[in-house]
Design a protein around this ligand. Structure first.
Ligand SMILES: [Ca+2]
Ligand SMILES: [Ca+2]
Length: 156
């Protein structure tokens, strides 16, 4: 788990204009730097998850909640990665999502496969994640953190 100091530093890094709030463009830029090119619409839905005061931006406390959620996703993924390969196959991914409280339609063409196709960027049928972030340096923590869990979190 990240220290308060690490969280503060991470928030400051994403809040490019130093406004004290993270807007859609700033979050999108942060994701893009980690190789996740999400549309404005998807990034907006990530913001809506914990935007409790409905400002369409993340305050620090809201942003930390998102962080906590993504940590839970990552921990759950690790539990279902039985061979510790850092990769979940479709079935393991499905079980992990159920454990997180998401039941998706697994019929061909249903919500689950639509979701998987949306985030399976290399079309491998497998989902990669890194070990829990943050690590020693801020930039690598940011990158492994997002690339590992954002794609599963974003559909909530
Ligand atoms: Ca800002
Ligand atoms: Ca807000």
């Amino acid at each position: 788990m990240a220290t308060q100091q690490q969280l503060e530093a991470w928030f400051a890094a994403v809040d490019k204009d130093g406004s004290g709030a993270i807007n859609v463009a700033e979050l999108q830029q942060c994701l893009a730097q980690s190789g996740l090119n999400f549309s404005m619409k998807l990034v907006s839905s990530l913001i809506r998850m914990y935007d409790t005061d409905r400002t369409a931006t993340y305050s620090k406390s809201e942003f930390f909640q998102l962080y906590g959620f993504l940590q839970r996703v990552q921990t759950t993924f690790a539990q279902f990665d039985r061979d510790r390969s850092g990769v979940l196959d479709l079935e393991e991914m499905y079980q992990a999502l159920i454990a997180l409280g998401y039941t998706l339609d697994k019929q061909p063409g249903g919500a689950y496969y639509t979701l998987c196709q949306s985030y399976d960027f290399d079309r491998s049928g497998k989902f990669k994640f890194d070990s829990p972030a943050p690590r020693s340096s801020r930039s690598s923590a940011q990158s492994s953190f997002w690339s590992g869990s954002a794609r599963a979190a974003i559909q909530a």
